[in-house]
Design a binder for this molecule. Structure first.
Ligand SMILES: [Zn+2]
Ligand SMILES: [Zn+2]
Length: 280
């Protein structure tokens, strides 16, 4: 039995609907999947229903954008209550921040004589957590850039004219928020950040696990983070980070995490919710 614990849908910057995602999961023979859209939990209900119909276990999740020592980090949350009021208030704040950021990016594009409207980005994104990939897609759709890569290279990358930094909560705040909602917190794709020095601080803040297996991790990178997991007593997770068809071939199916890791993660979340009952 295998799982994929890192997947995106149209509720953030993926292209699949929840139903399409689940049918892909089924094609790849996955037993369990987690939905981890950026700064939202909106797609969880529909994905849970589609999973139930397909006989796949659904793990509620999200991917929060955070910051530690000046580095952008992504913190995955799993097995929390998707109706937790504080979590919902916080993600709503982040969605507002994301929408303002889109307006700012578009204003900068306009200053650079690129006639894109914020409305066209929102219409295309059609979700509450719009981001740079949506601006890139809108630029291509409007014929202002030939490809998504060109949009990033010319305008959207760091140090390009339409780059706007993201406001982020601290990694410790993200971890605390996930714990507050009854979940387990996991550092996403550490191999992409290459900022291992932030790990001890996050462990101190209560980090539960680390995403050792990721599409962009080489075998050596995965092994490196398996060692780190062992050293800090962190749980091991993995996922494809599939965004559907937005970046060429869909990545779902590229990571098959042995199911035992899902069971351990669920147990950790349960322990976090009932710390007295399980203390030795
Ligand atoms: Zn990420
Ligand atoms: Zn992701």
């Amino acid at each position: 039995m295998f799982a994929d614990l890192h997947l995106h849908t149209q509720f953030s910057d993926g292209t699949y609907s929840p139903e399409e995602l689940v049918s892909q999961a089924r094609l790849h023979g996955l037993s369990a999947i987690a939905l981890t859209d950026h700064d939202t939990v909106e797609g969880c209900e529909r994905t849970a229903r589609a999973c139930e119909a397909a006989g796949i276990e659904f793990v509620p999740g999200t991917e929060l954008t955070a910051e530690q020592d000046g580095n952008e980090l992504h913190i995955l949350g799993y097995f929390f209550d998707i109706e937790n009021p504080r979590l919902l208030t916080e993600v709503a704040k982040f969605q507002a921040v994301r929408q303002n950021r889109i307006r700012e990016m578009v204003a900068r594009l306009n200053q650079a004589h690129v006639p894109l409207s914020a409305e066209s980005v929102f219409a295309l994104a059609n979700c509450r957590a719009p981001g740079r990939p949506h601006v890139a897609r809108a630029l291509v759709a409007a014929g202002l850039c030939a490809t998504l890569d060109e949009a990033f290279e010319r305008f959207l990358k760091k140090n390009r004219p339409a780059f706007v930094p993201k406001f982020k909560m601290s990694a410790a705040q993200a971890i605390e928020l996930i714990h507050h909602a009854g979940g387990a917190a996991v550092m996403a794709h550490p191999g992409l950040n290459r900022t291992d020095e932030v790990i001890p601080g996050m462990v101190e803040a209560g980090l539960d696990g680390i995403e050792c297996f990721h599409t962009k991790h080489s075998t050596a990178t995965s092994e490196h983070y398996l060692e780190i997991a062992e050293r800090f007593g962190l749980l091991v997770t993995g996922g494809s980070d599939c965004h559907g068809l937005s970046k060429g071939k869909p990545l779902i199916g590229s990571i098959k995490l042995p199911y035992q890791h899902v069971a351990r993660l669920r147990l950790r979340a349960e322990q976090r919710r009932a710390p007295i009952a399980v203390s030795p």
